[in-house]
Ligand binder design. Structure first.
Ligand code: LMR
Length: 398
């Protein structure tokens, strides 16, 4: 096995290819075409977990070779080289090539997946609207680059905050890619929701299903306890019967509304207070879960949450947003949003949910107005009502 290291034409900084022509034929027989996975923010904390999980084969499968295309900034080139060296030292057989660079037009070339983690964190005194603007501009550039050079069916998962609106801006700037291929990460919120329900009900989190997250990845998100299941039963019923509530359904419901929902929606902020930085390992795990949900069939009767484009959605949510909804996948990277009356997975929206979902929708519509100048041919007025208003940024963020 030999590594071919070189500076490519253009602005690519480093490209290491692992030539496996002398590998044991049995080991590589049946391997598929290498998948190109582009990762932005590749020198950051989340990527420092994610890249190793990807390269290990635990996300795309044990017969799926990968080419990692890592995007950083001028400032982070040394760290990118360090990550590449560590990947090399980890002897992952499926890792065929690592490219690093600082120009998305180079790094996103041919990408089958783009995992967009890099975004500027909010600084002291910076309003949510300012951050929307700064990060939005990054996602204009990355959307344009994906449009120009990525695979025509590239799947895009936005993690950098504010991820729903960043994903919207990216999607609107990449008109040649299918709109349904854009996702913003709410799987972390789903995972947080599952563990809180399980702990309170004294059950294992594996027994929790249909733990839907609706809306924005902000404190207006709606962790849905109404449709959640524990085992084969309603989570509320199981909670009410648990030692915590001893049959008192009203108390279980009140706990869900007053404790569970705020706990899940402010978990990111609580973690920032503990760590002094955003969650990294659990975010990376949830990115892997989110991808795996798209590349493996969804178990019958269950759903997963992903923030996706609301065009033609079955819930009457304002179109042209990126909004977390319940999805199922057939395992080929595609998905459909589960609508009302689905025979495999009946989901009901009661008044409490409708009201909360409306609040998150209003927030995303305001974010869209604040960033209308970043959306080509925007149909929405460029007026920003978020400035000076209620701040739904996760508590604890600087
Ligand atoms: C999280 O939910 O942990 C993060 O999105 C929080 C943040 O603002 O980085």
């Amino acid at each position: 096995m030999t590594a071919v290291t070189g500076e490519n034409a253009g602005r690519k900084i480093w490209d290491v290819r692992y030539d496996i022509s002398d590998a044991d034929r049995d080991q590589v027989r049946g391997w598929r075409r290498p998948l190109r996975v582009a990762v932005s923010g590749a020198a950051g904390q989340i990527a420092n977990h994610l890249l190793f999980q990807l390269a290990s084969g635990e996300v795309f499968g044990p017969d799926q070779p990968l080419i990692l295309q890592l995007l950083g900034s001028e400032r982070s080139v040394g760290a990118l080289e360090g990550v590449t060296m560590e990947l090399e030292d980890s002897l992952y057989p499926l890792l065929r090539e690592v490219q690093i660079g600082i120009d998305p037009l180079e790094v996103f070339r041919g990408a089958d997946w783009a995992l967009l983690i890099g975004a500027r964190p909010r600084g002291p005194g910076m309003e949510r609207a300012d951050l929307l603007d700064i990060n939005g501009s990054i996602f204009v550039k990355q959307g344009q680059a994906l449009d120009a050079v990525a695979s025509p069916d590239c799947k895009v998962l936005v993690v950098g905050n504010p991820c729903n609106t960043n994903a919207l801006i990216c999607m609107e700037n990449a008109p040649s890619l299918p709109r349904e291929n854009f996702h913003a990460l709410t799987r972390l919120d789903e995972n947080r929701s599952k563990v809180q329900l399980a702990l309170k009900a004294e059950r294992h989190y594996n027994s929790v299903s249909r733990a839907i997250i609706w809306g924005n990845h902000s404190t207006t998100q709606v962790p849905d306890f109404v449709n959640a299941r524990i085992g084969a039963r309603s989570a509320l019923e199981v909670l009410a019967e648990s030692g915590s509530f001893k049959g008192n359904v009203a108390a279980a419901q009140a706990w869900c509304e007053d404790v569970f929902v705020p706990r899940v929606s402010t978990r990111g902020g609580a973690l920032i207070k503990k760590w002094g930085r955003s969650s990294a390992a659990s975010t990376s795990v949830s990115v892997c879960d989110a991808i795996r949900s798209l590349v493996t069939p969804t178990p019958r009767g269950d759903v997963f949450s992903s923030a996706v484009c609301t065009d033609n959605n079955p819930w009457g949510i304002e179109e042209g947003l990126v909004f977390s909804m319940p999805c199922v996948s057939s395992g080929d990277g595609r998905y459909r949003v589960v609508g009302p009356g689905d025979p495999d997975c009946p989901i009901e929206i009661n008044d409490w949910l409708r009201n909360k979902i409306g609040e998150s929708q209003d927030e995303l519509m305001s974010e869209r107005e604040c960033t209308a100048h970043l959306i080509p041919n925007s149909r929405w007025a460029a007026s920003c009502t978020l400035r000076g208003g209620n701040d739904t940024w996760v508590e604890g963020d600087a």
